[in-house]
Design a protein. Sequence first.
Length: 153
Amino acid sequence: MNISFDLDSTLIPNGKEFETEKQNSIAKLFGIEEIRKGASELIIDLQNEGHKIHIYTTSFPSKRRIRRTLKYYGIKVDQIVNQTKNQQVLKTLNIHATKYPPAFNFDVHIDDLRGVGIEAKRFNFNVIIIEPSDKNWAERIKNEVINYVQQDF
């Protein structure tokens, strides 16, 4: 299954909305962003189960910067879609939404914004909405991914 993750307030904090993994001073010096505690373990577990992991964000960081941050935490992803790419593709498809994961062959998208959940119903795509304050977010994602996998069979 192709699973995409949002960055802001889902994997990377916009403030102090969730605990983050420890960083050393060199990482901070090189602009490595903090990442949600447990994100590396969750993503690696999903990959070990055979899922492909992608990043789908409506922010504008370069793919290189995103990959550098993820690499610091031991995370490799198959594809990164930032807002520049998102706008290009959705415009060619004449889709008027902030995100549309099927355009990039993503089977399920993980995000923090309820508006993306509304778009999922409107445009018929699979989404898991995670509250930044949810302490059991990783377990919830694992369980919901299992449910999506079972629906495919």
